[in-house]
Write a protein that binds this ligand. Structure first.
Ligand SMILES: *[C@@H]1O[C@H](CO)[C@@H](O)[C@H](O)[C@H]1NC(C)=O
Ligand SMILES: *[C@@H]1O[C@H](CO)[C@@H](O)[C@H](O)[C@H]1NC(C)=O
Ligand SMILES: *[C@@H]1O[C@H](CO)[C@@H](O)[C@H](O)[C@H]1NC(C)=O
Length: 388
């Protein structure tokens, strides 16, 4: 009599366990995986920004969402394969790569194997993609947790394009963060591409803070700066280059903003302007706004995480690490650090972009150092950025 009872008990225990495993497998392979053909069209979000503008943080906000396959700066592979070229010449290759990535066609990277993939180091910054740190790419993490890039890099392996594509196909949202797109002209056809459901999240930051943050990097951005300026790089005196690069960056942001304003009303809701300063002032509200734009739910554990990471202490030792930093303090650091003469030049170089995006100019060193003076003006009215 005792034996059947034990068997019954065993079955009683095994039932929920099997169900649990099934659910776990389904969950870890993406909550939206469905048979091909019946799969709803994924949402594609391009986080369009420039260097040192908070895009690592915004990328992580999307990347950690369990419905998102995220890739950070895939165009790096194009730019590093053609270091003597220019941003302008590479813009069509850039467009093709971005389109392929959105469609989870990662074979596109085979054209750029020399830069990174050849020696087995994988995609540029792959460890910042939680989807590449969890099944099917790596079995050591699951998407119901926050995955730290440093930990992922230590315990997971970079995966070949085929596995990256398999991971990508399991998600309802594909988000790409890119800083190497200076303008929307080349990308415009992607908005009407029936294979895509492209949304542009345009992330901008006060150019004075960008300039200061770039100056702290000393040389790490030189390859990119060469491509931004193309032939103008050689022609410019070294002391002039930071201003020339910033001019191109500001012009790029202005072009993106203006191009989006000219879209027909049906496309207008596919564009969202986000300012880094607004994000650090009200991280939860602004993250909610960005998630809503992308059609993502702001899960409670993500709310708790966002709250935590935007209230860390100190400036952080690794400039590309967004955790444990007081983002609000960092966003004002330039006001104490930059000499006023440089600030005046930056304002001159970026005048139109600052005026359009809502960054107030300072007219003296006294104004610059006076932190009671709020330099953030209201942004362009939402009616311009979300409705027709
Ligand atoms: C190979 O990978 C390592 C580690 O990521 C990197 O430091 C090195 O520059 C790469 N070498 C080449 C030739 O790409
Ligand atoms: C946020 O920080 C609190 C306090 O340190 C911690 O208990 C909580 O788990 C953190 N939340 C997340 C999602 O990391
Ligand atoms: C700083 O700015 C505030 C607000 O405009 C102003 O009231 C104050 O007088 C300024 N302080 C100095 C030292 O300029």
């Amino acid at each position: 009599m005792a034996v059947p009872r034990r068997v019954k008990l065993l079955l009683f225990l095994l039932g929920p366990l099997a169900l649990g495993i099934r659910l776990l497998v389904r969950y870890t392979h993406g909550s939206h995986s469905q048979p091909a053909g019946t799969r709803p069209q994924p949402t594609h979000v391009l986080v369009l920004s420039s260097w040192r503008s908070g895009s690592t943080l915004v990328g992580q906000l999307f990347g950690q969402h369990p419905d998102v396959f995220y890739l950070m700066e895939p165009v790096w592979h194009v730019w590093m394969t053609f270091p003597g070229s220019s941003a302008h010449r590479l813009q069509m290759a850039t467009r093709d790569l971005v389109r392929a990535v959105f469609l989870c066609d990662m074979s596109v990277f085979e054209a750029y194997v020399e830069a990174g993939l050849a020696n087995g180091s994988g995609l540029f910054l792959w460890e910042k993609s939680p989807a590449l740190c969890s099944p099917p790419a790596c079995s050591l993490f699951s998407r119901d947790q926050i995955i730290l890039p440093s930990l992922c890099k230590r315990v997971c392996q970079p995966r070949p394009p085929r596995v990256v594509a398999e991971a990508c196909s399991a998600y309802s949202h594909v988000v790409v963060k890119e800083v190497r797109v200076l303008g929307l002209r080349a990308l415009a056809p992607l908005l009407r591409d029936p294979a895509l459901n492209l949304h542009i999240l345009h992330l901008v930051r006060d150019p004075r803070a960008v300039f200061h943050s770039r100056a702290l990097l000393s040389g790490e951005l030189e390859n990119d700066d060469r491509l931004v300026l193309g032939a103008r790089w050689q022609a410019a005196a070294p002391g002039e280059r930071p201003y020339s690069v910033l001019r191109a960056v500001c012009q790029g942001h202005l072009d993106v903003f203006r191009a989006a304003q000219a879209w027909p009303p049906t496309l207008r809701r596919r564009y969202l302007l986000a300012r880094y300063e607004d994000l650090v002032r009200e991280p939860l509200a602004q993250t909610a706004r960005m998630y809503a734009f992308a059609g993502l739910e702001f899960l409670p554990r993500l709310q708790s995480w966002v709250y935590n990471i935007t209230r860390g202490r100190g400036l952080g030792s690794d400039p590309f690490n967004v955790d444990a930093r007081n983002a609000l303090r960092v966003s004002q650091a330039w006001r104490g650090a930059l000499p006023y003469e440089k600030v005046a030049r930056i304002q001159n170089v970026c005048l139109q972009a600052m005026d359009t995006l809502g960054y107030r100019l300072v007219a003296s060193e006294q104004e610059q150092r006076n932190l009671s003076l709020d330099l953030l003006a209201p942004g362009p009215p939402p009616s311009q950025t979300t409705r027709g």
